[in-house]
Every structure is written in C-alpha cells, then in structure tokens.
Write a protein that binds this ligand. Structure first.
Ligand code: NAP
Length: 276
C-alpha cells in the first residue's frame, strides 16, 4: 500500500498532516525501532510518540536508518505532565529532539492539561516559542476538554492545530469535536481501536464481514470518514500493513449512522480532569 493513498488534513497554520499514522505507546525502545522500520517500509509516513513513552530514541534510529528525507515523515511528540512549565518544557523539547535525532518535529503537543498543576497556559507559551524558532512546525494539545481549550484560546496567541483525544466508537466525543471544528482545531483519535477491545463488538464485526475487511480496518475506516486523524498502534507486522490497507472500501451514510449509535461514553483511557 503506497503512502500516497493516505490523504492529508490541512491544519489551521497552513501545514498538513497525513490522516493515518502509527502510534507507539507501550512499545519499548528496541521494539519501537523495529516496529517503525516495518511501518515505514509498509508505507506509513506519520509517527506518534511522546517523551513519556521512552522510545523516542528507537523511533529516531528507525527514521535515520530508513534513509527517507526528513520532510517525508511526519513526527509528533509530546511534553509530559511532570515537565510542564515554561523552562522545563523547553528542556524537555531539547531532549526529545536529541533522542529523535532530528532538528525539528512536525507537531509538538501538551500531553495532558494536568489541571491540578495549573501550568498548561505557561507550558503552551513555551510551545509558541518553539514554533517561532521553527523547531516545531505545528503545535497543539492532547486530552484538552472544552473548558481547557476555552481558557487556552483566551490566554494565548496561537490556536492549537489539533487536539489529540480518545475517540473510538464507544466514545465519539461529539461535543468536543464540534467545538474544535468551529475553531479549525482538528481532532486526532488516540486508542482508536479502544486498545483492541472494540474488535469484538458484534455490530462492527458484522459490518466488517459484509465489506470483506477485518474489524480493525472497518473501525479505522470509520475514523477516516469521520474526518479524524487516526494513529492505531500495532507491533505486529501483518496488522501494521492491514491497518494501512483501508482505502479500498467505503462505509455508506447508513452504516456511519448505525455506528454513531454505539456511542455510550465508555472510555478505555483516563479522564483528562483526573490526570496529573
Ligand atoms: N495522547 C494520549 O494521551 C494518548 C493516550 C493513549 C494513546 N495515544 C496514542 O494513540 C496510539 C494508539 O492508541 P493505543 O496504543 O492506546 O491503542 P489502539 O491503537 O486503540 O489499540 C492497540 C491494540 O490493538 C491491537 N491491534 C492493532 N491493530 C490490530 C489489528 N489489525 N487486529 C487486531 N488487533 C490489533 C494492538 O496489538 P499488537 O500491538 O499486539 O498488534 C494493541 O493491542 C498510541 O500508541 C499512542 O501513540 C495517545
């Protein structure tokens, strides 16, 4: 599956992001190197890591070994909760660049608002500085609720390009996505497969069978047709290839509406008001 089949989403700062990428949460450094090498070989051109994942070095080694031009691979990383604050974020970012072995990232995110620390506005100002310096081409946030976004928009200058949040058929985040859409803040779905748990959902397995695809492919296709950026994680080569092979079928409006009915608000990850 060639990479040029993956559409790009235009961001509010004029840059664009491949709509489908590879996530590497809970993948150790050596496995990340192997997994990213497999993914780049399969045609992925978008990688999602974080300082917290402790695998930026492995991601960077695979990137370097691929021989691909730096501009051809979209790289996202994130500042962790215990590094929030202006100066510590700048230091955290330097470490991330160093481990990744690159001189810029495409996207730098605040990993969680961590509201009890009350540092996300200050942290975002460091991201604005990093963007001004050209060391992150775009900046954004992750796990921000409407009230966190409202405060950020009121107190800082650069509108985040996207908000990376948990989205999967049981947690469709309609209100938060609509808030973002109205302000040109794209939504990126983490745990898009509900960490694998959604794959036994009968309605989805039935639709997958009808289309002759796997349930994971069906769910990834639903994310794409919902206008989301999506970053499924797998360390399994056959699944890495399978998850990219989602451009040969289409869900009908009726099927999209049926899947909308699965939204129950059930999370597989943490609630953003309770982290940090
Ligand atoms: N910003 C945040 O706070 C945040 C939080 C969580 C995640 N994320 C990002 O989002 C990415 C994805 O989320 P996630 O890793 O939590 O979960 P996920 O992508 O929803 O699910 C990953 C799980 O599904 C399995 N899987 C993947 N493809 C499959 C397929 N085709 N068939 C069957 N099983 C399949 C994987 O198994 P194998 O690996 O064993 O193949 C793994 O167990 C992360 O890696 C990370 O980059 C961000």
């Amino acid at each position: 599956m060639a990479n040029d089949v993956v559409p790009r989403i235009r961001l509010n700062d004029g840059n664009s992001i491949p709509q489908l990428g590879l996530g590497v949460y809970k993948v150790d450094d050596d496995t990340a190197e192997r997994t990213v090498a497999t993914a780049l070989d399969a045609g992925y051109r978008h990688l999602d890591t974080a300082e917290y994942y402790a695998n930026e070095a492995g991601v960077g080694r695979a990137l370097a070994a691929s021989g691909l031009p730096r501009d051809d691979v979209y790289v996202t990383t994130k500042v962790w909760n215990d590094q929030q604050g202006f100066d510590s974020t700048l230091h955290s970012f330097d470490r991330s660049l160093d481990k990744l072995g690159v001189d810029f990232v495409d996207l730098y995110l605040i990993h969680w608002p961590a509201p009890r620390q009350d540092l996300y506005v200050e942290t975002y100002r460091a991201l604005e500085r990093i963007r001004e310096e050209g060391r992150a081409r775009s900046i954004g946030v992750s796990n921000f609720q409407v009230h966190h976004l409202e405060r950020l928009l009121g107190e800082t200058d650069v509108v985040p390009v996207l908000n990376q949040i948990e989205v999967q058929p049981w947690l469709q985040q309609t209100e938060l996505r609509a808030f973002g859409d109205a302000r040109h803040i794209a939504t990126e779905a983490w745990s898009p497969l509900a960490r694998g748990r959604i794959l036994d959902e009968p309605l989805l397995t039935g639709l997958a069978e009808k289309h002759g695809v796997s349930t994971a492919q069906l769910v990834i296709r639903w994310h794409l047709q919902s206008g989301l950026v999506v970053i499924p994680k797998s360390v399994t080569p056959s699944r890495i290839a399978e998850n990219l092979d989602v451009f040969g079928f289409e869900l009908s409006d009726d099927e999209m509406a049926t899947i909308a009915g699965l939204d129950s608000g059930e999370r597989v990850g943490s609630h953003p008001d309770e982290v940090g």
